[in-house]
Design a protein around this ligand. Structure first.
Ligand SMILES: Cc1ncc(COP(=O)(O)O)c(C=O)c1O
Length: 410
């Protein structure tokens, strides 16, 4: 065996153990798309999906994608530099207009959009200042920028959502310019950014600029679903927003919003944009169709999501569940013990409801949870089924009582 085989074998010990105990929760193959699917032929309601407005499987979205396949097929065989279509350009213009920014650039994923943006904007005169619960795309973009010869920005972390801690980082940084990165909604905890206080801290510093990853706020926050900046009326104070098509927009793809010059700069600098294939047009067509729906009917779509989320939140709290810091439609069910999360997930899945466990190192030990995202696509019956099962297994596996589970028996 080579060292890579030994390394892989050693690293997989926990995975082997979970599989041996029949509680391995990941990579379950769906047999169809959407919130209502099947696994091994069994119907499943998926509560871990990010299809927040339930539009991914809308007939109009599918129809638009099918039509685009006829014209463009599924790939353009190159990067945007030499594989841009009128569909890309038109959607970029429409998105910029709808979100209220001068310009937009479409990446192939949201992850690439953030990595490319941070790497293009940060240089040796920059300190990137991050919330300590930042998503992997923000962390990776920062570390890649820091590892780029001659660019190497400084990196600082501030305590989650703390304007005081952010001010300390701003005050003590060693480089002239500051790029502060936050998220609109933090997807593991379901809590919103403490936006207004953080913005005040940024605005006090003439050399600080905010970048907001609003992947989970797009389609869910603000009256019309434009995101956290719409909710708080601060579009003009957030110069750079990054978002995604992989949640509300029903497909895959990254969105960068900003001034014309900043977007143009990233367009000509971002390696994750320049050196990766362009977004397939059937996906562009799906997102464009969902944008039509948001333009026509955004307020009622978002209101429906919020009504459902309010029902679920009230019911979960009545049952006695701990939802951690959540104040959005993302409501982690805190189990606070790995086995409780794994066992509950297995039992619920057997009964037709999927809530994927999030365990260490995704979260700290003692903060294990089930991922529960309410979407507009869930019916009251779906939610009631989930609540009934959560109550049953929440009692059985002592999530509700908080008592410790007995150790495994050999
Ligand atoms: C906060 C955040 N940013 C970015 C991404 C990446 O988006 P994409 O799936 O488009 O790569 C995700 C997706 O998990 C996310 O949760």
């Amino acid at each position: 065996m080579s060292w890579i085989d030994t390394k892989a074998h050693d690293a997989l010990a926990r995975i082997r153990e979970a599989k041996a105990n029949q509680v391995y929760p990941f990579f379950k193959p769906f047999e169809s798309g959407g919130l209502h699917t099947t696994i091994d032929g069994k119907p499943i309601v998926n509560f871990s999906s990010n299809d927040y407005l339930g539009l991914t499987t809308h007939p109009k979205v599918k129809e638009a994608s099918k039509k685009a396949v006829d014209t463009y097929s599924c790939g353009l065989s190159s990067s945007r530099v030499q594989a841009t279509t009128v569909a890309h350009v038109e959607l970029e213009e429409r998105l910029a207009d709808w979100f209220g920014y001068e310009a937009c650039l479409l990446f192939t994923t949201g992850y690439q959009a953030m990595v490319g943006t941070l790497m293009s904007l940060a240089d040796k005169d920059t300190t990137i200042i991050l919330d300590n619960l930042s998503h992997a795309c923000i962390l990776d973009g920062t570390f890649m920028a820091a590892g780029t010869p001659r660019n190497a920005p400084e990196i600082r972390f501030f305590n989650h959502n703390s304007a005081r801690s952010l001010r300390r980082c701003l005050r003590t940084r060693e480089r002239e310019n500051a790029l502060v990165a936050i998220e609109g909604i933090y997807s593991l905890d379901g809590d919103e950014a403490n936006l207004l206080e953080l913005l005040d801290a940024v605005d006090e510093d003439p050399k600080a600029v905010l970048v907001c990853d609003d992947a989970h706020g797009t389609g869910t926050l603000g009256k019309g679903g434009r995101g956290i900046f719409e909710k708080y009326g601060v579009t003009d104070r957030i110069p750079v927003v990054v978002s995604t098509f992989s949640k509300t927009f029903g497909g895959i793809g990254g969105i960068l919003l900003g001034s014309r010059e900043v977007v143009d700069h990233v367009k000509h600098m971002a390696r994750s944009f320049l050196f990766s294939a362009s977004l397939p047009v059937p996906v562009v067509a799906a997102a464009s169709t969902i944008l039509d729906m948001l333009v026509e009917d955004g307020e009622s779509l978002v209101a429906e999501l919020h009504e459902k989320a309010a029902y679920m939140r009230k019911s979960l709290l009545q049952l006695g569940f701990d939802l951690g810091d959540s104040n959005t439609h993302i409501m982690p069910v805190m189990c606070r013990e790995e086995r409780k999360a794994l066992f509950t997930h297995v039992a619920m899945l057997e009964s037709g409801v999927m809530m994927v466990p999030i365990t260490y190192p995704g979260v700290k030990k003692g903060e294990e949870r089930l991922r529960l995202n309410v979407t507009r696509g869930h019916s009251k019956e779906d939610m009631d089924q989930a609540l009934e099962l959560l109550e049953m297994y929440g009692n059985a596996f002592m999530i509700l009582s908080g008592e410790e589970l007995a150790p495994y028996e050999d």
